[in-house]
Design a protein around this ligand. Structure first.
Ligand code: NAD
Length: 254
């Protein structure tokens, strides 16, 4: 039995105990759906400069650049479907073995895989909707992109406010309710499974620390290093779409 198999067995053994199991995901769970992550080579930061929140609010030029970047992401997103890893997490949820999913992702793929909205805590918002930065009105991302295609490169709300995909930009406040929920879940988890995250972006990356401090079984499935690699009980350097279905298969095999 190789290291990966041993790790998978330990996760399966832990999940079989029941309890409160939390899955925490980052961009790495969605790369196999064709959405590039941020920090790998060829990732988003190799192609674009980040537009900070205060720039977005101050400059129309920055808003145009922001929407230009979001348009490229939107096209990837329109094509993206949940992959084997998302589907495995959804199966674990259906089996009653996962309490909730905390995600840094903004792609909505956990919901698309069948996990109910209220069980997916989106720490960085969602690219599936748009928010007015003045009146707070939520509107559809499709409508905003239609306006862009029709020649309005930085669409505005009826109230005159700036429309922005409902995601958290650099320099923008985190969504309080989601952060509170995520902290509470992490602190009460019996097991905490990280999938596809560098665990570098805070406060999201603090969650595994809260879980570990509270005595949870911490496991990581990720292709590259994380600051928690020496602190977790199980570390699997593997592809999410290969490892997670194996966990499900072994649980189902009894
Ligand atoms: P990241 O880009 O910093 O790290 C992704 C990690 O996943 C890397 O360590 C990489 O080695 C690993 N990885 C890539 N493919 C994998 C696979 N198939 N299986 C296992 N591991 C794999 O991502 P992050 O830590 O989530 O943080 C970046 C931020 O970017 C997040 O806050 C998120 O909001 C945003 N983001 C979201 C999406 C999305 O919604 N899909 C995509 C890009 C960035």
């Amino acid at each position: 039995m190789d290291m990966m198999d041993k790790g998978i067995d330990r996760i399966v053994e832990q999940l079989r105990k029941g309890g409160r199991n939390v899955v925490f995901t980052g961009a790495g769970i969605s790369t196999e759906s064709g959405i590039p992550d941020f920090r790998s080579q060829g990732g988003i930061w190799d192609q674009y400069r980040p537009v900070y929140f205060d720039e977005f609010m101050k400059s129309r030029e920055a808003r145009i650049e922001y929407w230009r970047q979001k348009t490229a992401f939107y096209h990837d997103l329109q094509k993206a479907r949940p992959n084997k890893a998302h589907l495995a997490v959804a199966t674990l949820y259906e089996m009653g073995l996962v309490e909730a999913v905390i995600t840094q992702n903004i792609d909505g793929l956990h919901q698309a895989s069948g996990i109910p909205d209220e069980k997916v805590i989106e720490l960085h918002g969602s690219n599936r909707r748009v928010r007015c930065m003045s009146c707070g009105r939520i509107s559809s991302i499709e409508e905003a992109h239609k306006r862009i295609e029709e020649g309005d490169p930085a669409p505005e709300c009826e109230c005159g406010g700036y429309l922005k995909p409902d995601t958290i930009s650099f320099g923008q406040a985190m969504p309080e309710r989601e952060v509170e929920k995520a902290i509470a879940l992490s602190r009460t988890a019996d097991s905490f499974l990280v999938v596809g995250s560098t665990l570098l972006v805070h406060p999201a990356a603090s969650m595994p620390g809260y879980a570990r401090e509270a005595g949870a079984f911490l496991a990581i499935v990720n292709l590259s290093e994380t600051p928690f690699d020496t602190l977790c009980k199980v570390l699997i350097r593997g592809k999410a779409g290969e490892v997670l279905p194996k966990i499900v298969d072994r649980l189902k095999a009894g």
